[in-house]
Write a protein that binds this ligand. Structure first.
Ligand code: V47
Length: 365
C-alpha cells in the first residue's frame, strides 16, 4: 500500500497509522488531497482503534418546542415569524403530552431543541425538564442548544455555571451539539450575524462539562466556508476537549439549501461529505465518536460514511423533527425502525449496537 501514497501526505499517513496527532497544516493537506480511498483507510484505522467495528444507534425522539426565534440565520428553513399560520410555541404541558405519546415505546432519549422564543426563560425550560422527569425519570433528556441556553442564562442574570447547575437539578442530562455552525467570526457575521458568539458557545459547553453535563458538538459545512475554516473549527473543539473531555460525539451537518436564504451556495457532493467525515475522524483524536445524522445526510450516504470514520448514526427519530425536511432533505418524514438501522449498518460491513445517550450498551444486535 505504501508505494501508492503520494509524497505530500506520506508523513501524515504514517502519523495517523501510528496514532499520533496531526497539526492544523496537516489537516488542511488532507482536505486538499483528492485521494478519497486513502482518507477512508486512515479514518477507518482511527475508528477501529477507538470503536472496532461497532456502530451505535439509539431509540430516540425529538421535540421542537417552538419555531419562533429571535435570531434570523441565513441557512435556517425552519423559523417562522410569530403570528404566522405555521408558527408554533408549545407550553410545558403540551410538551409533556408529546412525551406521554411515547409511553408505550422503548425509547431511551428525548432530544429537545428549537428556536429561541423571546418569552422563554429558565423557568419555562426548568418546568419542561421537571415535568418530564416526574413522568418518566429514566428517560435521558438531551436538551437545548448552547444558543437557547445562552439566551435564558443571560435573562436569569446567573453566571453560566449557576444557570447550568439549576437546569441540571431540574433534570437536564446532556446538551446537544447545535448552534456551533462555523466558528470563524467573519463567516458567522454573514450566516448568523446576531447569534451567540463562538467564544460564548465554547464557554457554555466548557461550563457544562465542568458541572458534569456532557455534550456534543456540530459543524455546519458545505456552504461558503473554506477548508481553512473547517480546520479552525475542529482545532477549537479539539483544544476544548483536551481541557474538559466532556464531548461525546462530533456531528458534521451538511448544509441543505431548500427554503432558506443560502440556496445560491448549492449543496456539496457526496465526495465532499465523505472527505469531511474522514478528516474530522482523523483530526479529532480526542473525540470518542463521530456521528452521521441520517435525517440530514440521507440513508445511503449514512451507510457509506461508516467506511469514512463514522461509528454512530443517531437514532430512530420516529418522524419527530422538521429541521431537515424543511431544508430539502430526502426523508420528509424521518423515521427508521431498529431493523432498518441494523440493516443499514450491516450492509456497510459493521456491527450494530443499541446504546443509551452516554454510549452504554443497551443491546448488541
Ligand atoms: O445548529 C439548521 C443545523 C442544527 C440547516 O447533538 C442545518 O446529537 C443543514 O444540532 N442545513 C440543529 N443544517 C441540529 C443539531 C443536532 C442534530 C442531530 C443530533 C444532534 C446531537 C444535534 O441544525 C443547527 C444548524 O447547524 N441546521 N438548518 C440547514 N438548512
Amino acid at each position: 500500500m505504501d508505494d501508492h501514497i503520494p509524497e505530500e501526505i506520506r508523513e501524515i499517513y504514517n502519523k495517523v497509522l501510528e496514532g499520533k496527532r496531526i497539526s492544523p497544516d496537516e489537516g488542511l493537506e488532507l482536505f486538499q488531497s483528492s485521494r478519497l480511498g486513502l482518507l477512508a483507510y486512515m479514518a477507518d484505522s482511527v475508528r477501529r482503534k477507538k470503536n472496532g467495528l461497532l456502530t451505535y444507534f439509539n431509540r430516540n425522539f425529538h421535540i421542537e418546542p417552538t419555531n419562533i426565534c429571535i435570531h434570523n440565520c441565513a441557512f435556517c428553513s425552519y423559523r417562522k415569524p410569530a403570528g404566522s399560520a405555521d408558527a408554533w410555541n408549545h407550553s410545558p404541558e403540551e410538551i409533556l403530552d408529546i412525551v406521554k405519546s411515547f409511553d408505550d415505546k422503548p425509547v431511551t432519549e428525548v432530544h429537545i431543541v428549537g428556536g429561541v422564543h423571546p418569552d422563554h426563560d429558565i423557568d419555562y425550560y426548568g418546568s419542561i425538564l421537571q415535568k418530564i422527569k416526574e413522568h418518566r425519570p429514566e428517560l435521558h433528556i438531551k436538551a437545548f442548544s448552547a444558543v437557547e441556553l445562552d439566551n435564558i442564562i443571560k435573562k436569569s442574570g446567573f453566571p453560566p455555571a449557576k444557570g447550568l447547575q439549576a437546569l441540571k437539578r431540574y433534570g437536564l442530562d446532556s446538551i446537544p451539539g447545535g448552534g456551533a455552525e462555523i466558528f470563524d467570526e467573519d463567516l458567522r457575521s454573514v450566516i448568523c450575524p446576531d447569534k451567540t458568539s463562538s467564544e460564548r458557545w465554547l464557554e457554555i459547553h466548557e461550563e457544562a462539562h465542568k458541572v458534569g453535563i456532557p455534550s456534543n458538538a456540530t459543524i455546519l459545512y458545505g456552504h461558503m466556508e473554506k477548508y481553512e475554516h473547517r480546520i479552525d473549527h475542529l482545532e477549537r473543539l479539539r483544544k476544548l476537549q483536551d481541557k474538559t473531555g466532556g464531548f461525546n460525539s462530533f456531528i458534521p451537518l451538511k448544509f441543505r439549501m431548500e427554503n432558506n436564504k443560502m440556496k445560491k451556495y448549492g449543496e456539496v457532493s457526496i465526495i465532499e461529505d465523505m472527505k469531511n467525515y474522514a478528516v474530522s475522524r482523523i483530526y479529532l483524536d480526542n473525540f470518542p465518536h463521530i456521528k452521521a445524522y441520517w435525517p440530514a445526510l440521507g440513508r445511503e450516504s449514512t451507510s457509506l460514511a461508516l467506511s469514512f470514520g463514522v461509528d454512530d448514526v443517531d437514532g430512530t427519530i420516529d418522524d419527530t423533527t422538521k429541521i431537515y425536511s424543511m431544508a430539502g432533505a430526502e426523508d420528509q418524514n424521518p423515521s427508521m425502525t431498529t431493523e432498518n438501522i441494523c440493516k443499514l449498518i450491516r450492509d456497510a460491513g459493521y456491527s450494530p449496537v443499541e446504546r443509551d445517550t452516554l454510549y452504554n450498551v443497551v443491546k448488541q444486535w
